[in-house]
Design a protein around this ligand. Structure first.
Ligand SMILES: [Zn+2]
Length: 401
């Protein structure tokens, strides 16, 4: 182990023997009491030395026997310590690709704030390289989102769409002006490749494939992101379009722009959280005229160029990519069972719940009922994971150690 105080957190002394790691309350931590000698020793915990050398340095600085081990242990317990040589075989392989790791360094630093154990951040970053994500829809939102995921180290992004690039598909970070008139899918794949810090581990598929091949591919997907170019597809997602995703248990996330409103969510964990079918049934319950409206919207073909504010599309792509990555990294983002929405010109985000519906065949409602029945049992794992976030809202500091 080569201990390293997480470089993502800027250090400051609150008084002579209390040190604060980090500036922003979400991840900041206060550690004390700490004497001056120990404080200056922190500078040596930069990943350049292993434990034997650190113990030697400690002796030279006059620190008591066992002090260095105790300090390292204490920092690790507080989630402040990383290991410059840590992680498994995939992490080692990533470290050998110096250029790739240099590109991903800020992402690694950010991951170190949520992955507490030494070496866990690089493990998660390396794990992204073996993931396959499909993005369905190569418009202003879809291609930027796909490029963000590729740039953040996700190994394989398969973008699906039909037709050719229209002038209004072009977006900074997405399809370039040179791609106008080219096949949308191929142009999107090129944009994604340009954004990636590395060649994909496996070659992305291109061109048309049979239905059977499509089903085969769905099985290995960690996540499917639906980014329809037509606003109706995000405002009223068609449950039929997600049937195979529900049946195969494939997690999927909706993101897009409808008129002047951006939408991120729901992230559907089939059988666990509300899906497009639940959303649709809930709307029919609340508004009996909903099906009549949807039928009219679906019957007319959209001939106009759909409204899509460019910064709004970028915001939607960014938030959706963030939620997707959080999920791929093992957390449960707040779009599970909810839709985040924002509208021009105010652009304040708010979440609307997507309740699981008892009549929906996805089964999420049954599951929720079962969980409510066993209220005396252990708290649900995802709830336990969310608790620290709730706690964080109430206090300035996550913990005083
Ligand atoms: Zn459902």
């Amino acid at each position: 182990m080569h201990p390293m105080v997480k470089p993502a957190l800027r250090r400051g002394w609150r008084d002579l023997n209390t040190v604060q790691f980090g500036m922003a309350p979400a991840h900041a931590m206060v550690l004390g009491p700490m004497d001056t000698a120990t404080g200056s020793f922190l500078d040596l915990l930069n990943g350049a030395r292993g434990m034997p050398l650190l113990r030697e340095e400690g002796r030279r600085m006059g620190l008591p026997e066992g002090h260095v081990d105790a300090l390292v242990e204490r920092l690790a317990r507080s989630g402040l310590l990383d290991d410059a040589t840590g992680g498994g075989a995939a992490a080692d392989a990533l470290r050998k690709k110096k250029g790739v790791l240099e590109r991903l360094r800020p992402d690694l630093a950010s991951l170190s704030l949520v992955a507490r154990e030494p070496g866990a951040a690089v493990d998660r970053l390396a794990a992204r390289r073996s993931l396959r994500v499909q993005v369905r829809g190569a418009g202003r939102v879809g291609v930027v989102l796909a490029s963000l995921l590729a740039g953040a180290g996700v190994g394989e992004i398969d973008v699906r769409d039909v037709g050719r690039v229209e002038p209004w598909d072009v977006a900074p970070g997405g399809l370039p002006a040179e791609s106008i008139g080219q096949r949308r899918e191929a142009a999107a794949h090129r944009a994604v490749r340009r954004a990636a810090p590395d060649r994909p581990l496996r070659a992305s598929s291109q061109g048309t494939s049979s239905n059977e091949e499509d089903k085969d591919k769905e099985r290995g997907l960690a996540l499917v992101i639906l980014t329809p170019r037509d606003g109706l597809g995000i405002h009223a997602p068609d449950p039929a379009a997600a049937e195979t995703l529900i049946a195969s248990g494939t997690p999927h996330l909706y993101a897009g722009v409808v008129e002047g409103t951006g939408v991120v969510g729901p992230l559907v964990l089939p059988g666990d959280t509300g899906c497009a079918g639940c959303l649709d049934r809930g709307r029919v319950d609340r508004d009996p005229t909903w099906p009549r409206l949807v039928a009219q919207w679906r019957s007319g073909r959209q001939r106009q160029v759909p409204a899509c504010d460019l910064p709004l599309a970028a915001g939607v792509a960014g938030l959706a990519a963030g939620h997707a990555l959080a999920f791929l990294d093992g957390a449960l983002p707040s779009s599970a069972g909810a839709r985040w929405e924002t509208s021009v010109p105010g652009l304040d985000w708010h979440a609307r719940p997507v309740w699981s519906h008892p009549a929906c065949p996805c089964g999420a409602s049954e599951k929720a009922k079962g969980e409510r029945a066993s209220e005396d049992g252990e708290p649900h794992e995802t709830m336990a994971e969310q608790r620290p976030h709730a706690a964080r809202l109430s206090g300035t500091w996550r913990a005083h150690v």
